[in-house]
Design a binder for this molecule. Structure first.
Ligand code: DAH
Length: 360
C-alpha cells in the first residue's frame, strides 16, 4: 500500500469519527472546510495524485474519489439533520401556547355623570323625547335676549358669564363686551329657541350638554358642568303635566321611595317657575355640605314656557303652551352615589372614577 493510500484511509477514518462526534452545524461545517475545502486535507491529497506511479494511479484515484463522494454525502446529510433540529428548537421556543390565559386588557368605562345622562336619555325616550343638541359657544342673543332676559336685566346676575374675546379686544382694553358678544353658554336653555326655530310643533326635545360659568368653585358648584334641558310644546300642556313627568323621572332614577318637592322659583323664561328638589340621599335629610345642610337638593329648575320665548321660537302662544326644565346631572349623580363633593367628578383621579365601573 502506498503512502497516499494510507493517508486516504486515515483521512476517512478521522472524518468519520469527527462527524459522529459533531453535534452542531458549526462543527460539521468546520469539518467540511478542513477536509473538502480548497486547502482541505482530501483536496490536497487529490492534487498530489500526479506524483503516483502511472500503474497505481487509476486505482488510488478511484478510491480517493469514492472517499470524497462518501464524505460529501455524509457531511451534507448530517448538516441537513442538524439544521432541521435547530429549526424545530426555534419553533418550539417561539411557539404560542393557545391554552394559556390571555393578558388582561385595561378596559375603561363611562364616567358616572355620563352614565346618568344616558339613563336620562333612555327614561325620556320612553316619554317620546328626542335629542336636540345646541352649541357650547353661543351668542348672548340666544343665551339671554331670546330667553326674555334683556341686556342690563338684573336676572343676568344669576348667570356669571364667560365671554369669548374677539381677537385684539383684550389688548385694546375694551371695558364691556359688545351686545352681539360670543360667550360660553351658561345653560342649555338657548337650545329651546333653536329647537323651536328648527322643528314644527308639537315638540318634545332633550338637550344634554356642557355649560360654563364664572363661578367660585365649592363642594356643589363647578365652573364647568353639565345640564340636560327638556322642552315640551303642545296645544294643551299644563303645570300638572310637568309635575307628573318630573316625579316619574325621579322615581325611575332614584327608586319608588324617593322624596320630592316643588318650590316656587324664578326664571325670566318661564311663568310660573318652580324648583324641583330631591330629599338629599347623601345624608338622608339630616343636612350635610352637599345639600348645604338643608336636607334637600335642587336638581332642576322648571316652569311653563314664557309667551315671549314661544314667540322668539316662532310659535303662537295663543295656540301653543309648553313647559321646560333644566336638570343638573352632576348633582343628580352625587345623589345617586352619595358623593359629597362635585369637584371629584372633574378631578381625573382614577381611584375615584374607577369605583363606578360596575356593570357599565
Ligand atoms: N337654565 C336654568 C339654569 O341654568 C335652568 C332652567 C330653569 C331651565 C327653568 C329651564 C327652566 O328650562 O324652565 O339655571
Amino acid at each position: 500500500m502506498t503512502d497516499l493510500a494510507a493517508e486516504l484511509e486515515a483521512i476517512e477514518h478521522a472524518s468519520n469519527e469527527r462527524l459522529a462526534a459533531a453535534t452542531t452545524v458549526d462543527a460539521v461545517d468546520a469539518l467540511r472546510h478542513e477536509v473538502l475545502g480548497r486547502s482541505g486535507s482530501l483536496t490536497g491529497l487529490l492534487r498530489r495524485l500526479g506524483s503516483v506511479p502511472a500503474g497505481e494511479r487509476p486505482a488510488i484515484g478511484q478510491r480517493a474519489n469514492d472517499v470524497r463522494r462518501r464524505l460529501e454525502t455524509l457531511i451534507g446529510g448530517r448538516l441537513a439533520e442538524l439544521e432541521t433540529d435547530d429549526l424545530e428548537a426555534r419553533i418550539a421556543d417561539e411557539a404560542i401556547d393557545m391554552s394559556a390565559p390571555g393578558r388582561p386588557l385595561r378596559v375603561g368605562h363611562l364616567h358616572p355623570v355620563l352614565t346618568l345622562m344616558r339613563d336620562l336619555r333612555e327614561i325620556f325616550h320612553a316619554y317620546g323625547f328626542e335629542v336636540f343638541e345646541g352649541p357650547e359657544v353661543e351668542t348672548e342673543e340666544y343665551n339671554f335676549e331670546l330667553l326674555n332676559i334683556p341686556p342690563d336685566h338684573p336676572a343676568r346676575d344669576l348667570w356669571d358669564t364667560l365671554y369669548v374675546a374677539e381677537p385684539g379686544s383684550i389688548e385694546a382694553g375694551e371695558p364691556r363686551p359688545a351686545a352681539d358678544q360670543t360667550i360660553l353658554r351658561t345653560h342649555t336653555s338657548p337650545a329651546q329657541v333653536r329647537a323651536m326655530r328648527e322643528l314644527d310643533p308639537p315638540i318634545r326635545v332633550l338637550t344634554p350638554g356642557r355649560c360654563f360659568r364664572y363661578e367660585a368653585v365649592d363642594a356643589s358648584h363647578g365652573f364647568e358642568f353639565f345640564q340636560v334641558e327638556g322642552l315640551v310644546v303642545d296645544r294643551d300642556t299644563s303645570l300638572a303635566d310637568l309635575k307628573g313627568l318630573l316625579e316619574e323621572v325621579a322615581r325611575a332614577l332614584y327608586g319608588r321611595d324617593v322624596r320630592t318637592r316643588f318650590r316656587p322659583g324664578y326664571y325670566p323664561f318661564t311663568e310660573p317657575s318652580v324648583a324641583f328638589d330631591i330629599g338629599c340621599l347623601v345624608c338622608g335629610g339630616s343636612g350635610c355640605p352637599a345639600c348645604k345642610r338643608s336636607g334637600w337638593m335642587t336638581i332642576l329648575g322648571a316652569g311653563m314656557v314664557h309667551p315671549e320665548v314661544l314667540r322668539a321660537g316662532g310659535y303662537d302662544p295663543d295656540e301653543f303652551q309648553g313647559y321646560a326644565f333644566g336638570m343638573g346631572p352632576d348633582r343628580m349623580t352625587m345623589l345617586r352615589h352619595g358623593v359629597d363633593d362635585i369637584r371629584l367628578f372633574f378631578g381625573a383621579d382614577l381611584r375615584f372614577v374607577t369605583q363606578f365601573s360596575e356593570g357599565r
